[in-house]
Design a binder for this molecule. Structure first.
Ligand code: E7E
Length: 232
């Protein structure tokens, strides 16, 4: 997160850190007791290894009550996701067991009505992604508020040049923005998860390249289908 600030501890009990060998790779969030939603691109450099999912955390390293690392039983990328573009950039992770819910570990509901969030709506995004252009990685969860940018503005040829589909949305990226390691985290507007951070052009903090997110509502049926099909 660039241009943001350390989050209030444990105000985002839905936040997940997807880790490999103890290192934070991507964000994600709890959508059901045994399911985390993240971004498919997060599996690009994992060489087929399964993530471990840290729940209930504020600091990645310090001992905290209710902080717990879960093994993953299955990782299911959306069938339409691929390495060449940002389409269908969603990943479902089934935990080895149901997460123990408490004041630091909670499910966050996601938007099921497929209607655009109005431009200029101020939403918030949090993550353990890099907090400086030099790539400094934080120990604590950071957050930043961002206004939604209309799809038309975001699709301008000097910005994302007509690559933003109906299944995506954008936020202004002037100075304050998501960055490496924030992918997979939720964009929360009025307390509801509307979208999931995608790396997009991988540029951070440049107003010419707004932050791109995968909207969740268009994928509600896919999410429900996967959760219903993979035996609990
Ligand atoms: N705001 C959009 C956004 C949102 C989420 C992730 C990112 N970026 C990256 O995943 C990324 C990946 C690899 C090298 C990278 N270098 C940099 C960089 N120099 O800033 C970013 C990256 C950008």
């Amino acid at each position: 997160i660039l241009g943001g600030h350390v989050a209030e501890p444990h105000l985002r009990p839905h936040m997940a850190s997807l880790q490999l060998d103890g290192e934070h790779v991507c964000g994600g969030f709890l959508i059901a007791e045994q399911w985390v939603l993240s971004a498919a691109h997060c599996t690009e450099e994992t060489d087929g290894k399964l993530f471990q999912v840290l729940l209930g955390a504020h600091s990645l390293t310090e001992p905290e009550p209710h902080k717990r690392l879960y093994r993953v039983r299955a990782q299911i990328p959306h069938p339409g996701s691929n390495i060449h573009n940002n389409k269908d950039d969603l990943l479902l992770l089934q935990l080895e067991e149901k997460a123990e819910l408490n004041e630091h570990v909670q499910v966050l509901r996601f938007q099921r009505e497929d209607r655009d969030v109005a431009a200029d709506t101020v939403c918030e995004v949090a993550g353990w992604g890099t907090v400086s252009h030099s790539g400094r990685r934080p120990d604590k969860l950071y957050q930043v508020e961002r206004p939604v940018l209309s799809r038309d503005d975001c699709n301008h040829r000097t910005r994302h040049d007509h690559t933003i589909t109906r299944n995506m949305m954008c936020t202004d990226s002037r100075k304050k923005d998501t960055c490496k390691g924030d992918s997979g985290g939720p964009l929360v507007c009025n307390g509801v998860a509307e979208a999931v951070v995608t790396a997009g052009s991988r540029v951070c903090g440049n107003y010419k390249k707004p932050g791109i997110y995968t909207r969740i509502a268009p994928y509600a049926a896919w999410i429900d289908g996967v959760m219903a099909s993979v035996a609990g």
